[in-house]
Every structure is written in C-alpha cells, then in structure tokens.
Design a protein around this ligand. Structure first.
Ligand code: FEO
Length: 398
C-alpha cells in the first residue's frame, strides 16, 4: 500500500469500494470511495472514518503511518454510517482519543453507537491546535443532514468538506487532475460523477450552498484544496466550487429532457414526436423511459437541462405508478429554474396528465403546457406533439 500524502503531514487513509453499485438507491456504476484523512502533528487527528466493512483497510493505511492507538482526536464530520461506521473500531484501539463532532453529531453518534466516548461538540469558529496545524470547524447543517460539518486546516488551506463536493467514483487515482481525463478519454468522468452526485444529494439545498460559499469568504477561508469524503480530491477547487455555484443558481444548458413511461406505446409515440420537435429546432434533447433507465442518472440530466418534459399514461384514473414514484423523488430534490411541460394518453377516462400537473404544481412548478391524447395519437395529435417540442425548444433558446 503506498501512502497518499495530500500536503505535508496530511494523509488519505480511506477505502476504495470498487464494487459499490447501489448507494441507498443511487446507482454507482463507477463504484465509490469513503475518504478518511490522518493529520500527523504534535497531536494526531483522524478526520472521519469509513464504512464498517472497510475498517481493516483504513486501519492498515493508518498503521503504515503511525500506530493507530496514538490517535488523539477523531473528528466525525457526519454521522451517516458511510463515514462513522468504523468509529467504534478505531475507538477500541485509540482508547484515549476524543471524538469531536457537532451538537447534532453527538446526538446521532450516541443513538447509533451508544459508545462511552469522550465527546466534544464544536460549532463554526471553534478551533483545535494540533501543533503546527490548526483545525477550524464549520457547521454545515443541511449540507446535507442537520449534523453535517466540515473541518478546515488553516495553515494548509485544506478543506475536508465531508459529503459536500464529493462524487461516487472508484479510481486508482486520488487526485482530480489524474483521475478526470485518462489519456484517450474525451470525457471528464470526475465532473460527470460530481454532477450526478450534486443532482441526487445536494440539488434541494442550492440556496444553502450559495450561503455557505459566501460564509467561507466572510470567514476568510481561502481554499487551496478540497478533500471530500467521497471520491476524488480537488487540487484545483475553483473547478468544483464554480460548478456548485452554477448548479445552485439553477443555471443549465440549452437542453431538454423527456421523461416518460408507457403502457401500450401511445405515450411513447408522443414522447418521440415531442423530442423530434425539440431536436429539429436545434436544441439538444434526451429521452428516458422510466423503467429502462436509472432514476439517479435521469436526475443528472434534469440538473443539466433547461426544459423537463414529463409524460404518463393513465392507469386507474391517475398517473402511472413509476411516473408517480419518480415525481416524488424529483420534487423532493426541488430542481429550480426549469421549463416544465407534460403530456400523456388515456383510453376511457383521463387522469395521467392531471396527476403529473398536480404533483408538479404542489411543488411550485407550473407546467407551461400540457398535451393529452385519447387512445392512439393520430396525425393531428402527432403534429401537436411536434409543435409542442418546437415551442419548448424556442423557450429553451430564449
Ligand atoms: Fe456520505 Fe451523508 O453520507
């Protein structure tokens, strides 16, 4: 195992989960990592731990650097068990270590582990001197849980941000500049995964993200490097901070995404005609059948698209169950600054399109137009679908 040193005296001691494919419903085709960081100074601090199953891997990495029993502080930036799962194991070894966490973090850790640990709570502005290095704590409540916080090493200008700025990607590389674009690759795979991660975990917290970035500036926090708790480490943090600002503001590309399910292909025929109208008007468009595509991947397209067009057949006088389930997921993530449109089909009684509209409206998203077809779309219906695609494209370009 080779040591990974981010900066003098700060090591990555996390674990790579190459076979992670499902992260509580979020699909992770590229795997993931759980990042923990070890700081060697007069006092030794471990920032976060890893998922329980990877305790051994983390301890082996730490042992290559120091005897884990010598750890003085374990900072728990976030209670979720992908970061705190190995805390009981490390506390069994580092018996004199103090656990540092937020007030809410203490509540969560005690509920999860009931450990008889020396716990200290911190809030924004609290500091901990390790020797030459000083840890500065920043509360990050709701980014993305009430207990979340980040730890900043003042002298190194290194932000150990926890979930914020992460991505689910397993790589043999630890730094973004190495992992993003292997030779022969045109695509920036780290940014692709960062976008998907933001879309599925942080999209609903855009306003808080903008405030937090402002707060960093007010606190005089200059960031030279970001070590998130998932994925690749950012040596050029402007790239991901700028992307977060754009995503948080709801800035998206001139793209449209059509998302639908279908029973007897009528809604699908409509979807394909709408997308034809959009794309033949010069706007990039993508199409997602809800039972053929992963919802977390669709949400990345929603994040990046200016227009979101959702279609459903009618079942039991209401929308189709997959469309309903997806809308619950989508509205919970609160996409902003989108052009919404809806469409669908029915046989004897309508309800599908109304169901989509009701759900969107209850989340504050007013569709600019809706289109419903009975049984099979005829030539006139198809022309209407195409024209709807054209109008949406015009609005996307406007
Ligand atoms: Fe990576 Fe919120 O846990």
């Amino acid at each position: 195992m080779s040591k990974v040193e981010l900066i003098d005296g700060v090591y990555w001691v996390g674990a790579v989960d190459w076979n992670l494919r499902d992260f509580h419903g979020y699909t992770t085709p590229r795997g993931g990592t759980y990042n923990a960081y070890l700081i060697i100074d007069e006092k030794i601090a471990l920032i976060d731990t890893v998922k329980k199953a990877f305790s051994g891997e983390m301890l082996a990495r730490i042992s290559e650097i120091i005897d884990p029993s010598k750890i003085d502080y374990v900072v728990s930036n976030h209670v979720e068990i992908d970061h705190s799962g190995s805390l009981p194991d490390i506390m069994e070894i580092a018996r004199n270590a103090q656990v540092i966490t937020s007030e809410k973090g203490k509540e969560g850790l005690l509920r999860y582990y009931r450990g008889n640990w020396n716990l200290r709570t911190v809030k924004t502005g609290d500091e901990l001197e390790l020797g030459k290095k000083t840890l500065f704590f920043i509360n990050a409540a709701m980014l993305h849980w009430p207990d979340s916080m980040s730890t900043y090493i003042k002298e190194d200008k290194l932000l150990l941000s926890n979930d914020l700025f992460g991505q689910h990607i397993a790589s043999s590389f630890r730094f973004e500049e190495d992992a993003c674009c292997p030779p022969g690759y045109e695509r920036d795979v780290v940014m692709e995964e960062a976008a998907k991660y933001y879309a599925n975990i942080f999209m609903q917290f855009g306003a808080l993200i903008l405030k937090k970035i402002e707060e960093f500036q007010k606190l005089g926090i200059q960031i030279k490097m970001i070590g998130p708790s998932h994925g690749i480490i950012w040596k050029n943090p402007e790239k991901i901070i700028d992307a977060y600002v754009n995503w948080a503001k709801g800035i998206s590309a001139q793209k449209a995404v059509v998302i639908y399910d279908t029973m007897w292909e009528s809604t699908e025929i409509m979807a394909k005609e709408i997308i034809k109208g959009v794309s033949e008007s010069g706007v990039e468009a993508s199409l997602f059948h809800l039972r053929r595509n992963e919802w977390s991947e669709i949400m990345k397209e929603v994040l990046e698209s200016r227009a979101v067009i959702i279609g459903s057949p009618t079942l039991h006088n209401d929308l189709f169950p997959t469309v309903g389930g997806f809308l619950v997921y989508l509205t919970g993530l609160r996409p902003k600054n989108k052009i919404w449109a809806t469409f669908g089909s029915y046989g004897w009684a309508g309800g599908g399109v109304k169901g989509i509209n009701d759900k969107l409206k209850s989340a504050g998203n007013e569709p600019v137009e809706s289109l419903e077809v009975r049984f099979r779309p005829d030539e006139m219906d198809l022309a209407n679908c195409y024209a709807m695609g054209q109008r949406i494209a015009s609005q996307v370009k406007a």
